[in-house]
Design a protein around this ligand. Sequence first.
Ligand SMILES: [Zn+2]
Ligand SMILES: [Zn+2]
Length: 394
Amino acid sequence: MLAMNYRGPYRVRADHKPDPVIEHPGDAIVRVTRACICGSDLHLYHGLVPDTRVGTTFGHEFVGIVEEVGSEVTKLKVGDHVLVPFNVFCGSCFFCQRELYGNCHNTNPQASAVGGIYGYSHTAGGYDGGQAEFVRVPMADVGPTVIPADLHEDDAVLLTDALPTGYQAAEMGDIAEGDTVVVFGAGPVGIFAAKSAWLMGAGRVIVVDHVEYRLDFVRRYAQCEVINFREVDDMALHIKKMTDWLGADVCIDAVGCEAAGNAMQTLTGPYTMLQAGSATVLHWCINSVRKGGNVSIVGVYGPTFNAVPIGNALNKGLTLRMNQASVKRHLPRLIEHIQAGRIDPKQIITHRVPLEEVADAYHIFSSKLDNCIKTVLIPPSARQTRAVAATALN
Ligand SMILES: [Zn+2]
Ligand SMILES: [Zn+2]
């Protein structure tokens, strides 16, 4: 099959690899019809995630058709059209029972924190991802969800990570009616966090970034205020000026470890790796939120030390919440929001690229060229099938 193949930092290409096979009776093989590139894939692409092995295939946001099922699979059948949450999870451990699917205890023996994630290095379990023609889906009765007939495939693929992660970011902010919510990051997750904040009753939503075309998009899409941080001297002071000197009620970090905006953080983080990433947005969140406010973190960070102003968080009496999203938990409500027209996820897709051109796709997304917000890769096998089936979805 054709698959994205990681060759080292900033080097990926489309290669022929062996087709995946059923390794356990609970597995399924899914023929991928769409796979997104995620902002967090860029942390892998930039070589910042430990134990990212050459030869592996990324991709934790994919949908497709069930091609084959193992003997123990009872809920999926060949031909089902499924969306597959980015979490690989068992559904039955202590954590899964509490709907903490991102923290499954059984799918990632390499770590005691995060559970398994498709295509996200051996730090997240070593599962090959879906930027390929086929992918092995373990515990196939647990994760995949059959896509409702009236749900567009482009919306479905955004339900595998970006939308539920943005939604959970807003949920963890515990937004009260009328709250002022500041979202740092105007990538897909930040865009969806801003949109979700309104659905949860926010009275004011402000999005901060420095990429002008993304700010333009989110201003229109989420009808929010925007700030270009390059035009602001002191972020916390600026937010306080906008909020009667109190600070925001809720701040959301949808950026993570590669934040720009502070030279010292960038130098000690991504450049020299003296800390596990640039903590600029954590500073902005903790210092811009009001006393007693909530900070919600979904941007990805490395496991160890970051220079975070935890004393400020203590003295301000903040509530800090963070996690990888538990995608499956949010699906019923989010599918309802999409079907009711309250949110139209597919509008964020700017690029549709044949899988063969995966190297260009990563470059364009990483360098923020061509007004890129979200890229969908289409494998060659999916394109052939689409032509033959004339697809009910379009
Ligand atoms: Zn993702
Ligand atoms: Zn589990």
